[in-house]
Design a protein around this ligand. Structure first.
Ligand code: SAM
Length: 251
């Protein structure tokens, strides 16, 4: 889909890293008042089959990974995030789960090599900050999943208030209603909910979909190509570039 990208909202990985260096110390204290729907999405995920391996893209301070680790005691969980400052907060929180939970510092733009292969990709309030980059990240997420693997996304959708959209753009968040349509045409939807925050100041959405192949997709949808019979593996940038932090490998 072609929604014009406001220059105010463009951010490189370095810009976001710098942003989170300032915000990481107050992140968990403040974001509960904005990032609605995270717990609801995790509950929805819990209603389905127990995952073997969850990858959270943009795992931040590890809040969601910790919840999932408690909910699925036999699952492996991997978080990937570009911000050292956010991962430094995640590390003590996730340490208690030992080697089954680990975090990788990297910008997510290609599938990661994961063992066992991941069957759920979670993206919580990260796609709206990938500007540009969200389509590439979704392509990577799709290639990461086996057929029928699940993607679960919660994120900002839109706001009727221009001043609010501008303020969010200054915080590197794009509110253009651009994510949900792409998700719906790129995965087989199982859960789609659009909710209102603060009486309509903005909308956010919950989405769970299954990776299903290319048949019948809109031309604007992602190309969900994956090698037949095997899980896709990244072969270029993004693969193996990061380093694991947390309880398994250290910086
Ligand atoms: C708003 S926070 C969300 C953190 C966590 N998912 C949550 O729900 O609390 C967005 C996170 O995504 C990370 N991020 C943004 N773009 C990324 C990218 N391309 N690759 C990896 N991480 C990214 C940021 O560093 C930040 O930690």
């Amino acid at each position: 889909m072609s929604v014009p990208l406001d220059t105010a909202v463009r951010a490189t990985g370095t810009t976001l890293e710098r942003y989170y260096r300032w915000h990481a110390p107050v992140y968990d204290l403040t974001r509960w008042a904005f990032l609605f729907g995270r717990s609801a999405l995790l509950r929805r995920l819990g209603a389905g089959p127990a995952p073997r391996h969850v990858l959270e893209v943009g795992c931040g301070t590890g809040r969601n990974l910790a919840t999932l680790a408690r909910r699925f005691p036999n699952a492996r969980l991997t978080g990937v995030d570009l911000s050292d400052a956010m991962l430094a907060r995640a590390e003590p929180r996730l340490h208690v789960f030992g080697s089954r939970v680990r975090c990788l510092r990297s910008q997510f733009e290609a599938p990661l090599s994961l063992d066992p292969p991941c069957d759920v990709v979670l993206v919580s309030y990260a796609l709206s900050m990938m500007n540009p980059g969200y389509a590439q990240a979704l392509r990577a997420a799709a290639a990461q999943l086996p057929l029928k693997g699940r993607i679960a996304v919660v994120d900002f959708a839109a706001s009727p208030w221009p001043w609010f959209r501008r303020w969010m753009a200054r915080n590197h968040v794009r509110l253009d209603d651009h994510l949900l349509p792409m998700l719906q045409t790129s995965f087989d939807p199982e859960v789609t909910e659009v909710r209102h925050a603060y009486g309509g100041a903005w909308q956010y959405f919950l989405f769970i979909g299954r990776a299903g192949g290319d048949e019948g997709r809109e031309p604007t949808a992602l190309s969900l190509t994956r090698p037949s019979g095997t899980l896709s593996r990244g072969t270029g940038e993004g693969r193996g570039e990061g380093r694991f932090v947390g309880s398994t490998l250290h910086p």
